[in-house]
Design a protein around this ligand. Sequence first.
Ligand SMILES: NC(=O)c1ccc[n+]([C@@H]2O[C@H](COP(=O)([O-])OP(=O)(O)OC[C@H]3O[C@@H](n4cnc5c(N)ncnc54)[C@H](O)[C@@H]3O)[C@@H](O)[C@H]2O)c1
Length: 416
Amino acid sequence: MGYVGLPLACEFARTGIQVVGIDVDQAKIEGIQRGRSHVQDVPDAQLRALVESQALRATRDFSSLADCDAVVICVPTPLRKTRDPDISYIVSAVDEIARFLHRGMLVVLESTTYPGTTEEVILPKLQSTGLRVGQDFFLAFSPERVDPSNPRFNTRNTPKILGGVTSDCARVAQALYEQAIETVIPVSSTRTAEMVKLLENTFRSVNIGLVNEVALMCDRLGLDVWEVIDAAATKPFGFMRFYPGPGLGGHCIPIDPHYLSWKLKSLNYTARFIELASEINGQMPHYVVSKVVDALNEQGKSVRGARLLVLGVAYKKDVGDVRESPALDVLKLLADRGADIRYSDPYAPEIAIDGGLRYRSVPLEREELERADLAIIITDHSVFDYAFIVSHSRCVLDTRNATRAVRAGRDKVVRL
Ligand SMILES: NC(=O)c1ccc[n+]([C@@H]2O[C@H](COP(=O)([O-])OP(=O)(O)OC[C@H]3O[C@@H](n4cnc5c(N)ncnc54)[C@H](O)[C@@H]3O)[C@@H](O)[C@H]2O)c1
């Protein structure tokens, strides 16, 4: 019932399918039962209506699976400290499902994972019950593509890829998804479907890595990378616009490609683009810090003791999710250097960074800007008034080109 599971559950519930949302997090269960959404894209009113009409209910009790015709797994797939895949959440969810697996049941994995997970990890566990796939129960993989806070594409109108262990598995899964999703695209196998998702996210990671390196090159060349990108994007074919920034964030792009490179390592193959993109993207917070050092140096100041105001800490604009956000790395690097840091983010009221430091968001007021030696724009939320920020700041480091439309005070703005 997280960022993926809750919107999907609501989408199914809206079609008239009776949905049970199972989660191990009691707080989320209680919130849902009270009609309080913890996911920005699911409004409270919509959730409340579904819960009140009993189309959706949430529980911690896995025995509800005994009455379900289909189960969709949307648990986390993070990395371990060693950057190896951590599929323990999938394993523990599947162990529970196996206890209640019954004839005719459809099981679909949506969590992003390496090619082979569905057939190598899930299938043996489910078949150990004595039931046969494609005959007694059905198993498929369908990657989640949701883009939180995207105003145009949501769960319903984002085309859905789907691969079954057998062709009947694919047909059964397609029959379910077509109730709630406008376009369902079957592929030949679960491995193909798993790989599709990893291609999509590796594509983003590599292209962001490329454009971040172009930003580093433009810096050396004394060129404006934003102007270069905008001009290149006038080409009507063969070019796709990506932007540089303070680094990669979110639960997907910095993590998913490592699932692929890990799997390839076991096949004695090095996924070079993935490793290189990860290296460049991972260095961007350090580059931001070098820009902070330079900007303070211009004022005759050191990082130690400088008062810094970080604007936006979420991993991308207009969301409150700070998972893997590069802002956390930037804050940690600056805190380690003795900076006096505050941050403002209307979507993320409180954050904790590695090492145990906690911060609370401050309101973005004139006095806060005036007292800072440097304002650092990390996340370009639409609600920020960039003219106001530039006009009341001593100096602004803009890592997103968020101040591009601001004319007055441009000389105070340093861009990536
Ligand atoms: N967030 C996104 O934008 C996004 C987009 C596409 C794909 N994905 C993928 O979808 C998957 C889920 O991501 P998310 O962002 O929704 O994660 P999340 O952390 O928001 O939600 C996962 C939920 O699973 C619950 N959970 C953990 N173990 C469980 C178990 N054994 N049984 C039942 N519930 C359990 C957690 O309590 C949590 O509520 C991941 O594989 C992710 O990579 C996420």
